[in-house]
Design a protein around this ligand. Structure first.
Ligand SMILES: *[C@@H]1O[C@H](CO)[C@@H](O)[C@H](O)[C@H]1NC(C)=O
Length: 187
């Protein structure tokens, strides 16, 4: 039964999208759409953190699967946010929209850090639930690239004077991923 569950988990757990599937839109930038999408990502990160915090090794694969499913939702929303925030032509955004974007990105960066920190804390519990550890290791690596791509798009549309803030949030997120990837690289 255990082996069967593991196989099922691996089969179901492959990543559904990759950064290569992302397409920029050739439409004018709508900052409100981008901000709303980033805020939706933050909401989903709260759900992920709650699910990770609640994980008990005794529940086994079902518990890992629940986290996996929430990650899938996150990936899907990330794709949506990429469509909402990534355009070919740089935007000429207003002060108000600029401030809203900075707020949303700052909030998102702290939720990314919180969710990844929760993943790091739970690593020993996933270690006793193979192949959850393997799966999350691969998944974190893939998400790193996608999350990075989104930051490039946000930076592309950020006026010069706010760029240092966006770069600061980008560092928060890349440091958090680097930390989680390092923890998951350990056996
Ligand atoms: C975000 O940080 C990563 C890692 O340092 C870097 O490669 C990337 O260019 C940065 N993105 C932006 C938009 O600053």
């Amino acid at each position: 039964m255990r082996a069967f569950s593991a196989t099922l988990f691996i089969a179901a757990a492959s990543l559904s999208v990759s950064a290569a599937n992302f397409d920029k839109r050739d439409v004018p930038y709508n900052p409100q759409v981008c901000v709303d999408d980033i805020n939706t990502l933050s909401q989903q990160l709260i759900v992920i953190k709650t699910t990770v915090d609640a994980f008990e090794p005794s529940v086994g694969f079902e518990g890992a699967m629940e986290i996996h499913n929430e990650e899938k939702v996150f990936e899907h929303l990330l794709q949506q946010t990429y469509r909402g925030c990534c355009v070919d032509t740089p935007a000429n955004i207003k002060e108000k929209d600029e401030a809203a974007t900075i707020d949303a990105v700052g909030n998102y960066a702290s939720h990314v850090a919180a969710a990844l920190s929760a993943m790091g804390i739970k690593k020993p519990d996933f270690d006793v639930t193979p192949p959850a550890n393997e799966h999350f290791r691969g998944h974190l690596a893939d998400l790193t690239g996608m999350v990075n791509d989104l930051f490039s798009c946000i930076a592309f549309n950020t006026p010069e004077k706010s760029l240092p803030m966006i770069k600061g949030y980008n560092s928060t997120v890349t440091d958090a991923f680097a930390g989680a990837n390092a923890i998951y690289a350990e056996d």
